[in-house]
Design a binder for this molecule. Structure first.
Ligand SMILES: C[S@@+](CC[C@H](N)C(=O)[O-])C[C@H]1O[C@@H](n2cnc3c(N)ncnc32)[C@H](O)[C@@H]1O
Length: 356
């Protein structure tokens, strides 16, 4: 048995280290198969253990994985004239699934297979419905069937649980940035809002009129996301802010050092920070804002080093926890994700669980 994990190409090592550590914490010891830049990690383990991991390891809590599913079949010599029949035959023991995602890895090789994915969708759906593997209509409360094409003649097929998977095809959310956003960085904060805040909580956590502080704001991509949600933003950066954003009347620009800036009042709901700085310094600053009760929620980037990225991330997150614990600050949530729009950085979300 095995679980498959999708990640950004080039981050297979981090993804593998993380699944190995998390599986070991559940008493599951396996090994990873992967290739550089394949955007895929296969964690091989004993029968039944893959299913156990898919139920127990929260996909949301994995930093470097976009998706996790259990392998049910692997077909390496598909007849390119009829791929449907062997796929259906390989799934004789499959439980009823609520929907199917036909996927590729997020690589150039993967993208070259997207036409095949489109053309096979209809006939494969029909055949799997007739076989009773797929529900007659798409339903959300059943497992998702993943058909991962690795080449024109090979596919890995498996399933993920609807209560524990990324709800997006290939684990990649579609992100809309505000119209006229002055930098592409806007997509990072927009994605963090979409992926890291549970949908059921969004309205409560992101409200019009909230006060926000954006450290390292220029030219204003992240600020544009906060403005889009009708927040009032203190944008802190020595650089120039986008004029259109300043004209909204929702932004005040402070040409100050983000490490020195503090708001006049303790009424800030959101702190966001995209300063290009040493991760340890940023982590410390974010913890200090929490200890001082200067904000309620914070989203920030931690840049990754060139080497030992997984260890560095663990150390940075541990440093935040330690600093908060030393200051006897409890009752917070800390989560981190290597988002689709993140490259050499991860995005961290720190929030107080209770309103003070
Ligand atoms: C990656 S850019 C931010 C992009 C921005 N989030 C956006 O969406 O447009 C990093 C910014 O951090 C700012 N910065 C770096 N160190 C800073 C500091 N100590 N105080 C304030 N701003 C800082 C830089 O001037 C730069 O504009």
């Amino acid at each position: 048995m095995a679980v498959l994990l999708y990640c950004r190409a080039g981050f297979e090592g981090e993804c593998a280290a993380e699944i190995q550590e998390r599986a070991a914490s559940l008493g599951v010891y396996g090994y990873c198969k992967t290739q550089p830049d394949s955007a895929l990690v296969i964690f091989e383990c004993k029968p039944e253990e893959g299913d156990h991991l898919a139920r127990k390891i929260s996909v949301h809590s994995l930093i470097f994985s976009r998706q996790l599913f259990v392998r049910a079949a692997e077909l390496n010599q598909l007849d390119t004239m009829d791929r449907v029949t062997p796929i259906v035959e390989s799934l004789a023991d499959m439980q009823l699934c609520g929907r199917m995602w036909i996927e590729t890895t997020d690589t150039n090789d993967g993208r070259s297979l997207s036409a095949l994915c489109r053309t096979i969708t209809k006939p494969l759906t029909k055949a799997l419905r007739e076989k009773g593997v797929l529900a007659k209509e798409e339903v959300n409360n059943r497992p998702v069937l993943h058909v991962l094409f690795r080449s024109t003649h090979s596919a890995i097929i498996g399933y993920s649980y609807s209560y524990n998977h990324s709800p997006y095809l290939m684990g990649i959310p579609r992100i809309r940035t505000p119209k006229g956003a002055p930098s592409r960085s806007a997509a990072k904060l927009a994605e963090a809002f979409k992926v890291m805040i549970p949908e059921s909580e969004f309205e409560r956590r992101v409200q019009p009129g909230m006060k926000a502080v954006d450290l390292g704001a220029c030219p204003g991509g992240w600020t544009s996301v906060l403005v889009h949600y009708d927040m009032m933003v203190a944008a802190v950066d020595n650089g120039p802010m986008d004029e259109g954003l300043m004209n909204t009347g929702q932004v005040r620009h402070y040409q100050e050092d983000g490490f020195q800036f503090l708001p006049k009042r303790k009424n800030v709901a959101w702190l966001v920070c995209d300063m290009v700085e040493k991760p340890k310094r940023v982590a410390q600053l974010m913890a200090d804002w929490f200890i001082g009760e200067w904000c309620h929620d914070a989203i920030f980037n931690l840049k990754l080093p060139m080497k030992s990225r997984y260890t560095a991330v663990q150390q940075d997150l541990a440093a935040i926890r330690e600093r908060l614990s030393e200051a006897e600050v409890y009752g917070y949530e800390l989560s981190a994700k290597h988002l689709y729009h993140d490259r050499e950085e991860i995005t961290v979300y720190l929030r107080k669980k209770f309103k003070s």
